[in-house]
Design a protein around this ligand. Structure first.
Ligand code: SF4
Length: 891
């Protein structure tokens, strides 16, 4: 056995990959010093595409979560170029610059392409190449033991980006663990909850009709840089602005790319979006500009109650909170309401990732209900979204569902069950006091943390940033941990906690990483199983549609996986077979294409056409305007009855009685996916959840109606304290793209953006080095109120007008210490002539990282995330990324 350190591992990843492909794929790649080389993107780009010979294959990009339909050009067995697929109704053929990064990720000479087994201490960076057979036997054997011993819940499957559309949940269900964890709290849970609480589970994401809109009020949304669906949105919005003079108004704490191209950009105090929205509601009602008929028909609370609720939220009051002049707030409210129904709100993490973010988004969403633009052309639309939500065919769409036999779901951890009895006493007490609706959904503290019941009320969004502290505290025992494309050890708040827990073999006896690159997370594994990239695999595809016409598509392999990499579905299938005990019955397929063909059996047209076109849609289908007014078809009205008071219509569905619609003007229409079939502006779940977790009922987060309250630690912020906000760049996909050479050549560092006035006050100038010390939040969150700072980091100042004077802004996905030369910007290994491989394949990666310190450059930026506090918003658990209070000192 030969043991290798990280330096040699990267060598291995490249060199051995080459050995396996020395025939076909390596035709254009030279070797050096006798070693065969792995094909690198630099080499792939060296010759022009010959469109006469190249083959165009449609697929779905996975450069980010927008998931655009694209066409890959393949020549000589290698993907050369990505273009847009004009058949994708969301993009209509547009793509962004990051799409080419997927090619680079595929041909990265430092990519992991063989199963690797740790041979040193965990985290020491010593590995050896293993066979798949050995990996499956050893890992499968250990997982089998957990299952055979009746403790399957000790397996934790934690993913970062899982777009297998239910394949991994099939696997964890078959294994018997509820612990399929995600990163939704890091990302979008705070903005999904307001939508689901108002419109129901079906509508967790909106599809504003930007193509037809005349007016958009944007509360911190940033589709020009980083927004799920941003490309779809901004293209439509730009068309509307050019064609009809539609207006975009943005409230932001810094001049983001979206703020900068807006017709109006107002710099606001952090976490004041909800205050502005409440004041706009005040003005709309004061001026009588509301759509009373719409409100009275569809809102679950009367207008007088809302008038009372917003009466003190005047524009003058909001000016004091946000810094936006009262006259502007009032004018924008009037312009917005007068543009109705062809107007809409827009918001994303900018408004939602705060202590008060859930309430802020509720207030913002209430504006749409007030002016009656919901579902209207040019308004705030809720499309039928993912065809995957359409399991019952209720929208007249083909049902797209995985082939059987499906495993049953794990059973909830009710009082009296073995799993429940193993929980800490205080947790048992809290859960036992929960209402029945939550007891039926409770699966332990990792999957359904009892202190955050609204993170799993509608569906399991989890609170990923608490997983590691909870494991360390012993809230749940872990027998094995699988990281699937997860970057917690780098990108989570207090990422050092994730690393400490993953390093501890008593807490995590087995850690398996399924990944493409040698990430910081994978570096702490016992096994690394190499996944196929988006260009080498099959995946089902669905996303919300901004064209308001449902569609689906298929991700298909353009080339074979490099080296011995395998698609995650094959890795999981083989693990299921190694574990056995009936688990393998749910993975009874040999060929992934056959599996997906069966999965798509109900999609009209034949499979070959879908593969050729990449996308299926029904061009004759009416657009998804006013879905709530669609009549419920007769076949759904089995033994139906209408409640005389609420007008809710219930009917038989199999053995159950379910609500199917609401009676309106003598017709039975769909309504919304809520208990009342109306829009839940007044939501009793918030105070209910607060009462059960001990949050004071007068806290901002516990109130039934939309409201606004400050972030506790921002109140009376001292003169020498500032709010640190983080952001993402448009050429990067968080930390995942740091190894993409073109993206990193454009953006490879993360200065501290600061208003020049602030800099003057602090005696700072452009380029000065400063140290930021980050403090813990004040209340109702993880380790709240502790005096000890969370951490510090040092970086250079960059002066930028129109950053809020009390804000500093730093992007938070730089400063890698793994993931290859480009991500680390250190050209440490392999370097040309030293390792004797790879260099000739892509000298860009090995020798031309001009921003490396070795070359006198700035290096790869600073890692921030150890210094950012774990800070879940009460009840929902979304990370309050933008509330950080910092002190700034010249370094
Ligand atoms: S927006 Fe995302 S999915 Fe679309 S082309 Fe760019 S990287 Fe790919």
């Amino acid at each position: 056995m030969v043991s290798l350190d990280r330096r040699q591992l990267l060598t291995l990843a490249g060199g051995l990959g080459a050995a396996a492909f020395s025939g076909g794929l390596l035709s254009g790649c030279r070797s050096s010093g006798g070693a065969t080389t792995l094909p690198g993107i630099g080499d792939a780009m060296a010759t022009r595409i010959d469109y006469g010979r190249a083959k165009a294959v449609p697929t779905i990009c996975f450069g980010c979560t927008t998931h655009c339909g694209v066409i890959g050009w393949v020549q000589d067995g290698r993907v050369r170029q990505i273009e847009g697929n004009p058949k994708d109704p969301n993009t209509e053929g547009a793509i962004c610059g990051k799409a080419q990064g997927v090619i680079q990720a595929t041909y990265d000479p430092q990519r992991v392409v063989y199963p690797l087994k740790r041979v040193g201490k965990r985290g020491e960076g010593k590995w050896r190449r293993a066979t798949w057979e050995e990996a499956m036997t050893e890992i499968g054997g250990k997982l089998k033991t957990l299952r055979d011993e009746g403790r399957p819940e000790e397996l934790v499957f934690h993913y970062g980006r899982d777009k297998t559309k239910g394949f991994t949940s099939r696997w964890t269900d078959a294994f018997g663990t509820p612990n399929r964890l995600n990163r939704r709290s890091i990302c979008s849970s705070n903005r999904r909850v307001p939508l689901m609480s108002m419109y129901g589970r079906e509508f967790e994401w909106e599809s504003q009709d930007l193509e037809r809109t005349n007016y958009v009020v944007n509360f911190g949304g940033n589709p020009m840089e980083a927004y799920q669906g941003g490309l779809f949105m901004i293209r439509r919005l730009m068309d509307a602005r050019v064609d009809r003079g539609a207006k975009l108004v943005t409230f932001e704490v810094r001049p983001s790319a979206t703020a900068s191209i807006s017709d109006e950009f107002h710099t606001v105090h952090p976490a004041s979006d909800g205050a502005i929205a409440m004041a706009m509601a005040h003005v709309i009602l004061r001026e009588g500009l509301q759509d009373t008929a719409f409100w009275n028909t569809w809102a679950n609370v009367d207008l007088d109650t809302i008038r009372e609720q917003v009466k003190d939220y005047t524009p003058e009051w909001a000016e004091g909170v946000s810094g936006v002049p009262a006259d502007d707030i009032a004018r924008i409210a009037v312009e917005f309401a007068k543009a109705a129904p062809a107007c809409c709100t827009m918001s994303n993490r900018g408004s939602a990732k705060h202590y008060n973010g859930v309430q802020a988004d509720r207030a913002i969403r209430m504006l749409d209900v007030l002016v009656g633009n919901v579902g209207k052309p040019g308004g705030f639309c809720l499309s039928t979204l993912r065809m995957w939500k359409n399991r019952y065919g209720q929208w007249g769409l083909p049902v797209i569902d995985q082939p059987g036999p499906k495993p049953s779901k794990p059973k909830p951890w009710r009082p009296g069950t073995r799993e429940f009895e193993m929980l800490p006493a205080d947790v048992q007490e809290r859960v036992a006091a929960f209402p029945e609706m939550w007891q039926k959904k409770y699966f332990g503290e990792l999957a359904t943390p009892s202190e955050y019941p609204l993170s799993w009320h509608w569906y399991n969004m989890r609170v990923g940033q608490l997983v590691y502290p909870y494991i360390r505290e012993g809230r749940q025992k872990v027998g094995a941990y699988i990281s699937y494309t997860l970057g917690a050890a780098f990108g989570y708040p207090e990422a050092n906690v994730a690393r400490e827990v993953l390093m501890d073999e008593k807490l995590v006896p087995l850690h398996v990483a399924i990944d493409i690159s040698y990430s910081e997370q994978a570096a702490l594994a016992d096994w690394i199983l190499p996944d196929a990239t988006a260009l080498e695999r099959w995946d089902a595809h669905s996303t919300n549609n901004y064209g308001l016409r449902p569609y689906t598509g298929i991700r298909q392999p353009l080339v074979e996986p490099l080296g011995e990499a395998r698609p995650a579905q094959i890795i999981l299938r083989d693990l299921a077979r190694a574990i056995g005990g009936g688990m393998e019955d749910h993975f009874d397929f040999e060929d992934l294409e056959d599996y997906y063909r069966e999965w798509y059996a109900e999609v009209p047209g034949d499979w070959e056409t879908l593969k050729r076109e990449g996308i299926w849609t029904d061009p004759e289908r009416p657009l998804d305007h006013e879905l709530y007014l669609r009549e419920v078809p007769a076949e759904e009205l089995v033994n139906h009855s209408v409640d005389p008071e609420t007008k809710i219509v219930t009917a038989d569905k199999g053995s159950k009685r379910v609500a199917v619609g609401i009676e309106l003007d003598g017709k039975i229409v769909r309504g919304f996916d809520t208990p009342t079939r109306r829009i839940t502006v007044q939501e009793p779940l918030y105070p209910l959840a607060a009462a059960h977790v001990g949050l004071p009922l007068d806290d901002i987060n516990a109130l039934e109606l939309p409201t606004w309250g400050p972030v506790p630690e921002h109140v009376d912020l001292a003169e020498d304290r500032f709010v640190l906000t983080t952001f993402k760049w448009n050429v990067h996909t968080q930390g995942r793209s740091a190894g993409w050479k073109y993206s990193s050549e454009i953006v490879h560092t993360n200065p501290v953006f600061m208003n020049p006035k602030t800099a003057r006050t602090l005696g700072l100038d452009e380029g000065d080095e400063v140290t930021l010390t980050v403090f813990r939040p004040a209340q109702h969150t993880y380790r709240a109120g502790e005096d000890e700072p969370v951490g510090t980091f040092t970086q250079r100042v960059r002066l930028l007008e129109r950053v809020h004077p009390k804000v500093v802004a730093v992007s938070h996905h730089m400063g890698h210490w793994e993931q290859g030369n480009v991500a680390r910007a250190d050209m440490e290994t392999p370097s040309k002539g030293e390792a004797g491989f790879g260099a000739e394949c892509d000298a860009d990666v090995t020798d031309r990282v001009w921003w490396s310190k070795k070359r006198g450059g700035s290096g790869g930026g600073r890692h921030l995330n150890d210094a950012l506090p774990i800070n879940p918003t009460p009840l929902v658990g979304g990370q309050s990324w933008f509330d950080n209070v910092v002190a700034i000192e010249k370094a």
